[in-house]
Design a protein around this ligand. Structure first.
Ligand code: COA
Length: 263
């Protein structure tokens, strides 16, 4: 799969791992309309790309992302109502493209992840940050609200924590982000790349179709009662264990060898 020459993203490949790096370091990777469209495009293509098994999202320069570009936000506010709403819808769909990407998305977070930067963190499947990272749902400090990102953030941190963090706009560090579930792990800065690498290796050691299916499974059962989940989950495993990938995985274990997808 060939990716376009993006203006605001640096995309590179390391075997089956696609690295998507926000690349507006001068504005701390704040995202404007171009970033929104390019991220949407990159994650759409990654989903369709058979050679990609894991996507790592990160930011170039001092910070992961300072959120929405406030010059762009102000320009959007000056548009007519329809164009203003369309811009917000495009942004929401970009977050959705990341959350729904059929490939696992790992976010590497450093520096600052404010507003939409915390939103991008939440949209990823697995986010790992350095202890010093500064997070915040800081929109209220600017007289706005974390609207578009709220479903993604609340899925990770829950309503109670959102009530404090959305209302106060206070900043918090990586350890706190891990404690409340916004990221899955916070590590000293020097260990950040190693921690990301570790999780990427784990993903590459897992069956690609099984990983995609596991992501769908979580979505399917998240809101079910235990009773309602039974027909869904029993049907799920019945179908999955009959696939060629499952046959290979289970045979490899029994034959004491590595499955053919392990790199
Ligand atoms: N939108 C537009 N420009 C932004 C930006 C944003 N969200 N965040 C930073 N920038 C710009 C700054 O205006 C500055 O531009 P300049 O060099 O022309 O003056 C440049 O990026 C560097 O920012 P600076 O504040 O000097 O860098 P820093 O490393 O000291 O601090 C932040 C980084 C992220 C802590 C700080 O820029 C900040 O608080 N940004 C606002 C974040 C925010 O509230 N986001 C929520 C958006 S909804």
């Amino acid at each position: 799969m060939n990716y376009p020459d993006y203006e605001t993203l640096a995309v590179s490949r390391d075997d089956a791992v696609l690295h998507v790096k926000l690349d507006r370091p001068d504005v701390r990777n704040a995202f404007n309309g171009t970033v929104v469209d390019e991220l949407q495009n990159a994650f759409q293509l990654a989903g369709e790309d058979d050679t990609t098994r894991v996507v790592v999202l990160s930011g170039n320069g001092k910070s992961f992302s300072a959120g929405a570009d406030l010059s762009w936000m102000r320009e959007q506010a000056e548009l007519d109502e329809v164009a203003n709403a369309a811009g917000a819808d495009r942004m929401a769909r970009m977050f959705l493209a990341i959350a729904r990407c059929p490939k696992p998305v790992v976010a590497r977070i450093h520096g600052h992840a404010l507003g939409g930067g915390s939103g991008l963190t939440a949209a990823a499947d697995i986010a790992i940050c350095s202890d010093e990272t500064v997070f915040g749902l800081t929109e209220v400090k600017l007289g706005i609200v974390p609207a578009v990102i709220s479903p993604f953030v609340m899925q990770k941190i829950g309503e109670g924590r959102a009530r404090r963090l959305f209302l106060t706009g206070e900043r918090f560090d990586g350890r706190e982000a891990a404690r409340i579930g916004l990221v899955s792990e916070s590590v000293p800065e020097a260990e950040l790349d190693g921690a990301v690498d570790h999780v990427v290796r784990e993903l590459l050691g897992s069956g690609p179709a099984a990983v995609a299916s596991a992501k769908e499974l979580i979505r399917a059962v998240a809101k079910s009662s235990l009773e309602d989940a039974i027909p869904v989950t029993s049907d799920w495993i019945a179908k999955l264990r009959a696939t060629p990938e499952a046959s290979e995985g289970m045979s490899a274990f029994l034959e004491k060898r590595k499955p053919n997808w392990v790199r």
